[in-house]
Design a protein around this ligand. Structure first.
Ligand code: ANZ
Ligand code: ZN
Length: 862
């Protein structure tokens, strides 16, 4: 028997202790069960803040999914760990003088406790920490493997540099030309940086998308990011040095006869050599100015075109005419060949440039074979047939493009090409708190990799921040770290002082989880072979083209060097949606918290500012500190307990859409769970006598309950598999609405027990502590998570009521609810019981009834 009242707090800690002590969620990975599932949710960055409601949201959903699978007999492995390197800990150290190792350790200890309180099925024996030497030793080892296979290299590249944060930034960290973190204007710098050659995998990364079950929008983002373009490389010789050729990449080789000038990126290596003396000053000034603009600005379509003439000329290989060579910042050094043939008649950017600088415009593609240039006030970018293109006149664009590319190939001037927008992965950072890049610079031997048996290159504990020169990692000021000997010649040498971006650490963590203590390699190949790829991966869509691309690249590389038999790490992926909450903006006080507002009489949503009494504007906004609408998880957990909190999160909306947090909603969930709790107290029969599936009952009241249970079991089972947690909950609430009055009447005790037992099992993945408690109170064997999932009787799925359209004289007049397979008499009785229909029949004589059972009833009247 259960206690009278649902008191979550005590019950929850009791069960967590029991789970921990019995090792319920430890998975024996040395076994090879038939149906095994590796369930992974993106691991956590251990910041000093409390767990965010967003963490609760996707960790809970993943746990529910995993629990439902385990209840169906699958062996589930679900780990959790810490993505523990990164800039925030280092900035915190700079500000507060606490060493990143210390603050990270403290944060992990704190977060571990909070995670444990979620009651999720994490296997804590497999916890990992990317900042631990036994982990980053292997991150460094992967670096060496990539280097060995020519997939890691150091090169000078233009990068975004923040002078205040003293590090390079990714493009995503630059907002309108300023550092996202400190607001300082970012400068473009050329710096020697380490890259992984992910571009070599561009096509494989595209092809692999066809083999995995991921959200389509994420696949589209990856496809766009990889940016495959089919086209041609064409080579243009310099007019007065024909041996020198400028290569261009074009998607429109068909327009080559309209290429009336060329444009090189200001950074193009040929610019200094081909610029004439007369133009040098202007060109140099332009190049200097171009360095300041970010790529986003440079490629903006609304920005006014700028440029400078180099004084040099090239020969168009098809018209054989000399054309001027310009430089302009709308051509990027890092895309294609860093140079274009400009076709102003058919490319809008080139059109604007040509108009501004008075360059010739030649029409070579026409919709109908006639000239239209005189009518245009912008480029004509569409397809058509060629004109003014010599032997290619009259050909449609596609065909002409193919032939021109082929001819270029046969003349040794380029040929068909596929180009990818994807760039190599810049992985080095001028930071302390990361895995040191395992390289040694020797004055005699150059860059020498650290021998594998000398890994890990330990991050030294002693470091002083703020002493390094601009562009240098703090590690450069630690002599005991920097000074070493060359592994090749034994002479004095210096260590590489840059560290790896944290995305390198997270590119292989899913493999490490399976054998976190393994010392003979990054992972135990046997266990990985049996348990990978990850069956179900869950995490934020914001990682679509970062982590989710990098880890696919790593996996393909590992496959290629024979370390794993698969080449996609995550077979199935789901993203969580965003949690929102109403945000209130006062005209005088700006953003104010919900607690600082008072309700407006007669309105359900309007609220006044409690400070000044003015009406606030209300916004449905993503939860954030700046809008003062975040959810203080601690407060709610304290008040409602873990199970209610988890269940409410799942009820807010569809998992992939997120939802709007609402305080009254969580109260409703608490009431729902309390009702389930009370229902369990109404069961009077011994557990062993509850049938797995009862025979269909004979009385109407029992039949209704029987049908409702069967239908709910079926629906919840399906919904849990497809991440439709909100509709599963709605179905369980409906079932509760049927069961409560039934239990309060004179129920069939066995049927009721079966119904309640089913409900307890359905609720258990959402509210695992309550589920366990009620399961035990019913007499079920520990644990509910391993109890066979409730069965349903297909016969019980049939609707017991049908909505029957009623026609009078052949015209639809209304509907009535009747039992399935009701007789004509029963249907007629229902029509006469309906006030509206009965009135229509008043004073009329019924001559005939046409009844199609369960479909319609037509009354012919006179
Ligand atoms: C001539 C031409 C004529 C072009 C025409 C387009 C239309 P996607 O599809 O993105 O691959 N381009 C090539 N390299 C560039 C660079 N480094 N910076 C800026 N623009 C560059 O785009 C390929 C097209 O973008 C190429 O085809 C080239 O312009 C331009 F009617 O060549 B096109
Ligand atoms: Zn050496």
């Amino acid at each position: 028997m259960v206690a009278n009242r649902y008191e979550p707090r005590e019950l929850e800690s009791k069960w967590r202790t029991r789970w921990e002590e019995s090792g319920l969620y430890r998975t024996d990975l040395s076994q090879t069960p038939d149906e095994r599932l590796y369930v992974l949710v993106m691991f956590i960055y251990p910041s000093g803040a409390k767990l965010h409601v967003g963490h609760w949201f996707n960790y809970t959903a993943t746990d529910i999914w995993a629990r439902a699978q385990r209840a169906r007999g699958k062996t589930v492995f679900m780990p959790m760990g810490y993505d523990a390197f990164g800039l925030p800990a280092e900035n915190y150290a700079i500000k507060h003088g606490i060493h990143p190792a210390e603050s990270t350790a403290a944060n992990i200890a704190d977060i571990r406790g909070q995670l444990a309180a979620m009651g999720a099925m994490w296997d804590w024996d497999k916890e990992l920490n990317t900042s631990a030497p036994e982990y980053y030793r292997w991150t460094q080892w992967f670096f060496l493997k990539l280097l060995e296979h020519d997939l890691a290299y150091k090169a000078e590249a233009p990068v975004n540099w923040c002078p205040d944060c003293k590090t390079v930034l990714a493009n995503e960290q630059v907002v309108e030309g300023n550092c996202e973190r400190c607001g300082r204007e970012v400068v473009q710098r050329r710096m020697k940086q380490w890259f992984f050659r992910i571009t070599r995998y561009a096509q494989r990364l595209l092809d692999g998308l066809e083999t995995i079950d991921w959200p389509e929008k994420t696949k589209i983002m990856q496809r766009n990011w990889i940016g495959r373009s089919e086209g041609a490389e064409l080579q243009f010789a310099l007019a007065d040095a024909p041996a020198t050729r400028i290569k261009v990449f074009t998607t429109r080789p068909d327009t080559v006869f309209g290429a009336t000038y060329m444009v090189l990126a200001p950074e193009h290596p040929l610019v200094p050599t081909l610029t004439t003396a007369a133009q040098r000053a202007e060109v140099e000034a332009y190049c200097l100015a171009a360095r300041k603009a970010t790529e986003i600005e440079r490629t903006s379509t609304v920005r006014e075109k700028t440029g400078a003439f180099t004084g040099a000329w090239a020969i168009n290989p098809f018209t054989r005419q000399p054309i001027p060579i310009w430089i302009a910042d709308y051509v990027l050094a890092s895309y294609g060949e860093g140079a274009i043939m400009a076709v102003p008649a058919h490319d809008q950017r080139d059109w604007e440039f040509a108009v501004k600088f008075g360059l010739p415009i030649v029409e070579v593609v026409s919709p109908d074979g006639q000239e239209h240039l005189a009518e245009y006030d912008q480029a004509y970018p569409a397809q058509g047939v060629l004109i003014h293109s010599g032997e290619f006149d009259g050909l449609p664009c596609a065909e002409a493009g193919r032939r021109i590319a082929e001819q270029a190939a046969s003349r040794g001037l380029g040929g068909p090409r596929i180009n990818y927008r994807l760039r190599d992965w810049l992985l080095s950072r001028q930071r302390y708190w990361g895995a040191p890049i395992p390289m040694i610079n020797c004055p005699d031997c150059g860059a020498v990799p650290v021998p594998e048996d000398q890994l890990p290159v330990l991050l030294p504990r002693e470091v002083v921040f703020g002493q390094a020169q601009e562009g240098e990692s703090p590690l450069a000021t630690v002599p005991s770290f920097v000074e070493t000997v060359c592994p090749r010649c034994g002479g004095p040498a210096r260590r590489e002082t840059e560290t790896m971006d944290t995305f390198v650490c997270s590119s292989w963590y899913e493999l490490r989880f399976l054998s976190p203590g393994y010392t003979d390699g990054p992972f135990d190949p046997e266990v990985v072979r049996r348990w990978m790829p990850v069956s179900q991966y869950v995490g934020g869509a914001e990682h679509a083209v970062g982590h989710l691309l990098f880890s696919r690249f790593f996996c393909k590389f590992l496959h290629d060097i024979g370390m794993v038999p698969f080449d996609e790490p995550f077979a199935k992926l789901n993203h969580q949606g965003m949690i929102r909450r109403m945000a209130y903006h006062c005209p005088r006080h700006g953003w104010i918290a919900f607690e600082t507002t008072t309700p407006v009489e007669g309105s359900s949503s309007a609220r006044d500012c409690s400070l000044c009494g003015q009406r606030t504007s209300v916004f449905d906004a993503k939860v954030s500190k700046s809008k003062l609408n975040s959810v203080d998880t601690g407060v709610y957990l304290e008040q409602y307990g873990v199970d209610t909190f988890r269940t409410y999160l799942m009820f807010m909306g569809h998992f992939s859409d997120g939802g709007v947090w609402d305080d009254s909603g969580i109260q409703g969930i608490q009431r729902f769970l309390a009702r389930v709790y009370r229902l369990a107290g109404t069961v009077t029969v011994p557990f062993a006598t509850i049938p797995r599936l009862p025979e269909p009952p004979t009385t109407t009241a029992e039949q209704e309950v029987w049908r409702k249970v069967n239908r709910t079991v079926q629906k919840v089972g399906a919904d849990l598999t497809s991440f439709d947690f909100n509709t599963a909950l709605a179905a369980m609430m409906e079932l509760t609405n049927v069961l409560v009055p039934y239990a309060d009447g004179q129920p069939d005790p066995t049927l009721l027990a079966w119904a309640v037992r089913s409900l307890v099992q359905l609720v258990a993945p959402f509210a695992p502590h309550l589920g366990e408690e009620l399961w035990e109170s019913l007499g079920g064997p520990y644990s509910v998570v391993d109890a066979p999932w409730p069965a349903f009787d297909p016969a019980g799925l049939v609707e017991d009521q049908v909505t029957l359209p009623v026609q009078i004289g052949g015209k639809l007049k209304g509907t009535v609810q009747v039992p399935r397979d009701a007789t004509s008499e029963e249907c007629l009785a229902a029509v006469l019981a309906d006030a509206k229909l009965a009135r229509l029949l008043e004073g009329r004589t019924r001559v005939k009834e046409i009844h199609v059972p369960n479909r319609m009833l037509n009354l012919i009247v006179r």
